[in-house]
Design a protein around this ligand. Structure first.
Ligand code: PLP
Length: 377
């Protein structure tokens, strides 16, 4: 039986091992673990990669979101529009900042928040509700940008901030612009399983605003500037120097890896076509925009969970991103949403499944995966 894991970080590590060990050894020798030159280097590199003026390394993607909200002054009494079909941290950080998430359903083709429904929702609000609305947090799910032209236009017209949850989308583009460069703030994650993963937790925030940059820079170290003089109540939001150095090494290979992911996606399309499965199975929506395939998620017509079990029995790793949309999570029940409120998100949660797409995946593995899916249906 062939083994096809959902992700294989070891194979990738082996290709860059020497460089990683050499770079991290320099940090061990210097014993400079907190901020410093490696963090600054990464910040410059990521700002350049995302075409923004600034980038600020932080402790995780989740903290990137929380720090962005804090820097925006969003808190008690405020609300933020976001997608219910995302990782928990998106809405979790809105609540942790003290604000209220307002969920708007997704576009069924891309699984990203629907820009039409954002304006529908905002225009249906009573004026008191409208006044509380401070920002939109679009999520570039699976490595594909949300419809940022419409979202940016709407936000400008209505004086709303945009905080992009680009945790899955480093290098993704919409109309030739990079994820993290559309909004006021762009939040990225270096969680190991992301396209650009650290060897532990880490994240970064991109921005073109010097005001936001300065404020976040201060908030990252407990709001102190100078040291021990606290202008704001911040926190410890620092990325480790070791993680920054590792991400710097990996960044050099990111475009190559992205190309391999895109190639795998094309290959899946050919294989699913050949197998006669494209009538039944809905492949990821693709157009001319740069999709970086953090995940390769297909929609299946029926018996998703049985299919998953079948694939697991044949050594193929899959995942469900995500089985419960956020508006139906127990911890958000106080928000008052119920089943049926976000039909497209609920449908996606029930009928989608992520297949292996990592750069080192071989063609034989892909053939095997499609064969096993054909066998099941
Ligand atoms: C991974 C992820 C996060 C959180 O990032 P961490 O680094 O794990 O804290 C937030 N939002 C989305 C959409 C993610 O995929």
């Amino acid at each position: 039986m062939m083994k096809v894991p959902l992700l294989d970080l070891k194979t990738q590590y082996n290709t860059i091992k020497d460089e990683i060990l050499k770079t991290t050894a320099e940090i061990y020798e210097s014993q400079q673990f907190i901020l410093g030159p490696y963090v600054e280097k990464l910040e410059i590199e990521i700002a350049s990669y995302c075409s923004t003026k600034y980038a600020l390394g932080v402790s995780s993607g989740t903290d990137a979101l929380l720090l962005s909200l804090m820097a925006s002054g969003i808190g008690q009494g405020d609300s933020v529009i976001t997608s219910p079909f995302t990782f928990f941290a998106t809405a979790g950080s809105i609540v942790r900042a003290g604000a209220k998430p307002i969920f708007v359903d997704i576009d069924p083709n891309t699984y990203n928040i629907s820009s039409e429904k954002i304006s529908e929702k905002a225009y249906s609000m009573k004026s008191i509700e409208r006044n509380a609305l401070k920002a939109i947090m679009p999520v570039h799910l699976y490595g594909q940008c949300s419809e940022m032209d419409n979202i940016v236009e709407f936000a400008k017209k209505n004086n709303l901030l945009i905080i992009e949850d680009a945790a899955q989308a480093i290098g993704a583009e919409y109309n030739k612009k990079r994820a993290g460069s559309f909004g006021d703030l762009g939040c990225f994650s270096f969680f190991p399983s992301k396209n650009l993963g650290a060897f532990g937790d880490g994240g970064i925030i991109t921005t073109n605003s010097s005001d936001f940059y300065e404020k976040m820079h201060t908030l990252r170290v407990h709001g102190s500037h100078p040291k021990y003089y606290h202008k704001y109540i911040g926190g410890n939001f620092r990325i480790d120097a070791i993680q920054a150095a590792i991400v710097s090494v990996k960044l050099k290979y990111l475009d190559e890896w992205t190309y391999a992911r895109q190639n795998n996606a094309k290959n899946y399309k050919i294989l699913f076509d050949k197998a006669g499965l494209t009538e039944k199975i809905i492949l990821p929506f693709a157009n001319e925009n740069r999709h970086i395939y953090n995940q390769f998620v297909i929609k299946v017509p029926e018996r998703r969970d049985e299919l998953r079990k079948h694939l697991d029995n044949h050594g193929i790793g899959t995942e469900i991103y995500y089985p419960v949309p956020l508006h139906l999570q127990e911890c958000f029940s106080y928000l008052g949403y119920k089943k049926g409120d976000m039909p497209y998100s609920e449908d996606a949660a029930l009928n989608t499944i992520a297949l292996p797409i990592y750069p080192e995946l071989t063609e034989d593995m892909q053939i095997y995966v499609v064969e096993k899916i054909k066998e099941f249906y």
